[in-house]
Design a protein around this ligand. Structure first.
Ligand SMILES: C[S@@+](CC[C@H](N)C(=O)[O-])C[C@H]1O[C@@H](n2cnc3c(N)ncnc32)[C@H](O)[C@@H]1O
Length: 319
């Protein structure tokens, strides 16, 4: 007589259970992160910014030497970097912001086509774009051999006042990888959404070029896709935000910026940050969904080991 196939036991869905069990894929204590940063070895100088055009400069980099690229290029909208649309004092904005004089598609192809060669097989790239030239950016990505994993919207708090159209208050952030089967992704949050609400920061009285990204935005990219000690390239350094985010997060950086007047701003910004100044182990960061789950299962969570928590949850999950 043939034995009846055993019925698979159905797991009952328990709201917030997965959040309770969430752990970052990889985590490092402050000391472990510092040691990875200090002991990382490279065949070329790192933690430097070259004041030159990134397109020919990227050709000098060896094959597969970069872990992560963060690229926030000029958007090709005739922006001159001295705008005062947010009532900012134009005296505090550095001149010489390089907008794109050539055809935007040609420029975009030129730099995006250089990324795949220099990325490690586990590497990834984060590309910022406004919506007006997004088509050119997506076309260049299609031709580049990189794979688009996520199309993230960065929503910030306000944009330029308009009378007969909606106020633009978002950028596109494209998350690309060299090899979709091998890319490094550290899931540091239980439920990371693809819309990121992060305020722009306007520091009163501080000299900068007018397109500065918030450090926390760049740090979010770096946190999810690199390890302490990794090397991050920013071909369009601007105010040096990526360099500052890297230094403060125990990552190394390399960058290009065509406008030599930014050197003073970048050096000052970097001088204000100690290595690891922003680094907090991922398991010690706030994750509202995880906190909610811990509140819900509070007593069991506080008094038990991981295995005991699991056993208790399993005992609630009947047929
Ligand atoms: C949108 S801004 C980058 C802002 C930067 N993410 C920040 O947070 O400060 C673009 C920068 O790219 C620079 N740039 C333009 N063309 C370049 C090129 N071919 N090579 C290197 N830098 C370039 C501009 O001078 C400008 O500083």
């Amino acid at each position: 007589m043939r034995a009846e196939p055993r019925k698979k036991r159905k797991r009952r869905y328990v709201p917030h259970e997965a959040a309770l069990r969430f752990r970052p894929t990889n985590d490092w204590s402050w000391e472990e992160a510092q040691s990875a940063y200090e002991n990382a070895e490279f065949d070329f100088e790192v933690d430097v910014i070259y004041y030159e055009d990134c397109i020919p400069a990227m050709d000098r980099l060896p094959d597969e030497c970069i872990d992560v690229i963060v690229a926030d290029p000029p958007f090709g909208i005739e922006f001159n970097g001295r705008e005062t649309v947010y009532n900012r004092d134009s005296d505090l904005v550095v001149e010489g912001y390089q907008e794109i004089r050539q055809d935007y598609a040609e420029f975009t192809n030129a730099w995006i086509s250089r990324l795949a060669r220099i990325l490690k097989p586990s590497g990834s790239a984060w590309v910022f774009s406004g919506w007006t030239n997004l088509r050119d950016v997506l076309d260049a990505i299609d031709a580049s051999g990189l794979t688009l994993i996520n199309h993230i919207i960065w929503k910030y708090q306000f944009g330029v006042f308009t009378r007969r159209k909606f106020v633009t208050s978002h950028y596109h952030l494209l998350f690309l990888v060299k090899d979709p089967t091998r890319y490094y992704f550290n899931k540091i949050e239980h439920y990371p959404l693809d819309v990121w609400e992060i305020n722009r920061t306007y520091l009163r009285g501080q000299v900068k070029n007018g397109t500065k990204l918030p450090e926390s935005l760049v740090m979010r990219c770096i946190d999810f896709t690199s390890r302490p000690g990794d090397l991050v390239l920013d071909p369009f350094m601007g105010n040096g935000t990526t360099a500052v985010a890297c230094k403060g997060s125990f990552r190394h950086y390399l960058g290009f910026e065509i406008n030599p007047r930014m050197r003073e701003v970048i050096e000052r910004n970097l001088s204000l940050v100690e290595p690891g100044a922003f680094y907090v182990p991922y398991s010690q960061r706030r994750d509202p969904l995880v906190e909610k789950a811990r509140r819900k299962f509070g007593k069991i969570y506080r008094q038990s080991s991981d295995d005991e928590v699991q056993a208790t949850i399993d005992s609630w999950i009947g047929d």
